[in-house]
Design a protein around this ligand. Structure first.
Ligand code: ARG
Ligand code: ZN
Length: 843
């Protein structure tokens, strides 16, 4: 059942071409395949095995002769000639009853597909592995007004269309969409002059929500030409929005399929955060055309090859479109919240895992986000110019191939002459390195000494030293930067770096721009932090200092009910009112560490976190902050007005700060300001933020009703309505609120967005999820057990809510264990969920 990286062997046959015919029918779609195979001279294993799951085989032929293949676990086998041959098969599948949303399924009456990672085997018999690449011709027969597949349109006639994709691709990039769709069209001319037709296809009624996504697509196309020299390679690029989708989106060649929440945007229905996310995801999927599609993965262990690189690329794109400083802080917040959390628990795994049971369980924060951090470190180490050269070489050398991390790194070794053997450990060693720093000042010389260590993770008890790029700058006592950013390259377990010729003792700004995904441990008093918060030239470190001030303050409040420190409160106020700083940055400084983050911090310090206490301390600090800042609310609020809604960096930054202030003000004014904004809001950012401010203060019951009435026919906004109520429920009300919402007529377990709105919010409400009565644990487990029968992928993903269980006290651990064991004891539990729960329990 477990699959290992070390067992990789090439498939015994190559494919010259694939012809597929689909006769669409909700419960009895026929798929007729005609595949030209030839023996693969590079392979030793000549077994002819085709994957296939949940298929009814109607007939099979080899070179026109009917055969009877041998059914085997996960597919079939057949005896085939030792020379090129043609395989033909006809199968029947039932899209309408496919609730797993993998393979061909139906969403709101529309046919659509999701094949990554291993969904194509639910469409027809095929070597469903990424190293088998082929050109596809697809004929779709049916009465749907719009019928799409990969590549360029070939012919169309009464009741059928044909598509041809000239670029060889693995089966996971196959896509088909058919339904009553309308398009938002546009065009793009590539740098070499290719005229490309662009379309965003949506359900009738959603046409007005495509313009922003279309602009993002064109921006992404232009950016990839300019930044990476990568051009689009077909005559048409289609994006489709579907309502039922397990993930965010999918980069199928020339036919990207999106969760509608990740593409549809309008000022009335989308928040600033939604706009930013949509822009990033559209770019991400588009960038896959080169990093993923033209060059793909040899096997699924190499998933980070395409995902880490593509995330890194979309992050840089978003930074260029908006603000690199703000984007970097958001990335680090996300990395710490999701990836560090994963790395610290039973689900920790290397960026390139060595084994898996179900690959869908490895589309993780570690593969995606730590994978992106590795690319960023590589670039920092080799420099911008060599990075671009290395990428160029990689594209040139491997176009049309299915490759490995070794191939990727080799391009950079060849371009730079560097040995990247030790650097490669970032791909194989799990866990977040701890970096302990001490400093010594001696007569004009500052010595920084670092010691690195990585805690054990499942299956890896011993860790080796990593290559850690540490970006450092020095700030002199008068606040001027005396040494600009330099990158220290740490390779040993312990290493010192000196800066000499310094006049007076400077303050070191360390790990600028978060130059490595590590936890820096450094003794620093509040005054030094406040000093860097005021003077650091590196925006990430500037923000980090504010974060450390508030975090320590909170930890002290939790430990001994200490009062918040004046130094910290004043330092934050100074930044907040500094008009030279970007409002978006100021909003981030005002944000407090999450309860989950505090729980991990307390656990790392050797104590048992008490969720109720953490919640109370955070609430109390918010109240104190509100009082401390109350005199600036009116002026600042006015300065930040944005009379016209534009979802760009400037507008969203101002709104972010205004909304952060509003949330604090609402703790003092009984909801007056928030109600006023709610009443006059003409955009979802203002409407959502004012409603959240009210809910967070225990108010907003009338407004939540009004919101439902206004938006009952808009699914995506109703997801927000479900989510907000659970996210902002008081700890003792979170489980009962979630339970009540499952009784709402619009709740459905079958739509992943809706399920996540309620249960993702429950898991994310830290004090509510970990309420001492264990009701939330039970409620989530009960629903996961139900969902597993319908949609194993989303069930497995959501079971990660329990991954932190070992942080908590014996009572909570006992209750969680009971729930995990109850899930595991469910008859016919999916492979996906079994693997996840087993790994979580093995902590
Ligand atoms: N490759 C897609 C992306 O990164 C994610 C698809 C993952 N799907 C899955 N079933 N695991 O955009
Ligand atoms: Zn991706």
């Amino acid at each position: 059942e477990t699959i290992y990286l070390k067992d990789y062997t090439p498939f015994g046959y190559k494919i010259e071409s694939v012809h597929l015919t689909f006769r669409l029918h909700p419960t009895a779609t026929r798929v007729i395949s005609k595949i030209a195979f030839a023996p693969n001279p590079e392979a030793t294993d000549k077994r002819f095995f085709l994957h296939g799951e949940e298929l009814s085989l109607i007939s099979a032929r080899i070179n026109g002769e009917t055969i009877t293949p041998r059914p085997v676990e996960g597919g079939l086998e057949a005896d085939v000639p030792e020379v090129p041959f043609v395989w033909e098969a006809e199968v029947e599948i039932s899209p309408e009853t496919n609730t797993a949303l993998e393979g061909l399924y139906m969403s709101s009456g529309m046919y659509c597909t999701q094949c990554e990672a291993e969904g194509f085997r639910k469409i027809t018999y095929y070597p469903d592995r990424p190293d088998v690449m082929a050109t596809f011709t697809v004929r779709i027969e049916g009465d749907q007004p719009v019928m799409l597949s990969n590549g360029n349109p070939l012919t169309a006639g009464e009741g059928f269309v044909e598509w041809h994709d000239p670029w060889p691709k693995p089966s996971y990039l196959f896509a088909l969409v058919a339904g009553n769709l309308v398009n938002h069209p546009d065009r793009f001319t590539t740098q070499s002059g290719r005229d490309v037709e662009l379309n965003i296809w949506v359900r009738p009624g959603d046409e007005g929500k495509c313009a922003f996504g279309m602009q993002a697509l064109k921006d992404a196309m232009a950016w990839d030409e300019k930044t990476y020299g990568r051009e689009y390679d077909l005559d048409i690029f289609n994006i489709v929005a579907v309502d039922d989708f397990n993930m965010g989106a999918m980069e199928n060649k020339g036919l990207n399929v999106f969760n509608s929440s990740c593409v549809l945007a309008s000022k009335e229905t989308s928040t600033d955060a939604n706009f930013e996310r949509i822009e990033g995801i559209i770019a991400h999927e588009y960038f896959h055309n080169w990093t993923g599609n033209r060059i793909t993965c040899r096997d699924w262990f190499q998933l980070c090859l395409k995902e880490g690189l593509t995330v890194y690329r979309d992050q840089m794109f978003s930074g260029d479109m908006r603000s690199h400083a703000v984007k970097r802080i958001e990335e680090v917040l996300q990395l710490r919240a999701r990836q560090f959390r994963e790395d610290n628990g039973p689900l920790a795994h290397p960026v390139r895992p060595e084994s898996f049971v179900e690959i869908n369980n490895f589309y993780t924060a570690t593969v995606y986000e730590k994978g992106a951090e590795i690319i960023g470190m590589l670039r920092r180490l080799v420099g911008d110019e060599a990075y671009r050269k290395g990428c160029d070489l990689y594209f040139e050398r491997h176009d049309g191939q299915a490759v490995t991390i070794e191939d990727w790194l080799k391009a950079f070794e060849d371009v730079t002459g560097r040995d990247l053997a030790q650097f490669k450990q970032w791909y194989s060693q799990a866990g977040t390195p701890r970096l302990k720093m001490s400093e010594e000042w001696n007569d004009g010389t500052l010595t920084l000494t670092f010691a690195q260590s990585t805690p054990p993770t499942p299956g890896q008890s011993e860790k080796k030293p990593q290559v850690i790029p540490i970006a450092v700058g020095l700030i002199g006592p008068n606040g001027d930067e005396v040494v600009p950013t330099t990158v220290l390259e740490m390779t040993e377990a312990e290493q010192s770096f000196t800066f000499d010729g310094l006049g007076a003792r400077p303050v070191a700004s360390v790990l600028r721009d978060f130059s490595a995904p590590v936890i820096l441990d450094r003794a620093m008093d509040d005054d030094t932090r406040a000093f860097l918060l005021a003077h650091d030239t590196d925006p990430f470190q500037k923000w980090e200092m504010g974060r450390m001030l508030t975090k320590d303050m909170l930890v002290a409040m939790i430990a001994d009910d200490a009062a918040p420190a004046e130094t910290a409160l004043d330092a934050i106020k100074t930044v907040l009112t500094d008009e030279n700083l970007d409002p978006a940055f100021r909003a981030l400084v005002l944000g407090l560490p999450s309860e989950d983050d505090l729980a991990q911090t307390i656990f790392d310090a050797g104590q048992t976190p008490d969720p109720a206490k953490i919640h109370a301390a955070r609430k109390s600090l918010r109240h104190t902050l509100a009082i401390h800042l109350s005199d600036v609310f009116p002026t600042l609020g006015r300065q930040l007005e944005t009379p016209v809604f534009v979802p760009d960096a400037d507008g969203s930054g101002k709104r972010a700060l205004r909304h952060a202030l509003l949330a604090l003000e609402t703790l003092l004014d009984g909801g007056k300001a928030a109600r006023a904004l709610f009443a006059r809001a003409d955009n979802m950012s203002d409407q959502g933020a004012s409603l959240q401010a009210l809910l967070a203060a225990g108010l907003g019951q009338d407004e939540i009703k009004a919101f439902e009435k206004q938006w009952e026919n808009d699914r995506l906004v109703m997801d927000k309505w479900f989510m907000m109520q659970v996210s902002f429920a008081a700890p003792d009300k979170a489980a009962s609120t979630a339970l009540a919402l499952t009784q709402h007529p619009d709740f459905t377990i079958k739509n992943p967005n809706r399920f996540r709105a309620v249960f993702g919010a429950l898991a994310g409400n830290h004090a509510g999820f970990h309420a001492a009565d264990g009701k939330a644990y039970q409620l989530l487990a009960t629903h996961l057990i139900q969902l597993d029968k319908i949609n194993p992928q989303t069930t497995a993903r959501m079971s990660g809510a329990f991954e932190t269980w070992k942080r908590y006290d014996a009572d909570r651990q006992g209750m969680i264990r009971t729930e995990l064991e109850r899930i595991l004891a469910t008859p016919d539990l999916s492979r996906d969920t079994t693997e996840m729960v087993t790994r979580i329990l093995s902590a």
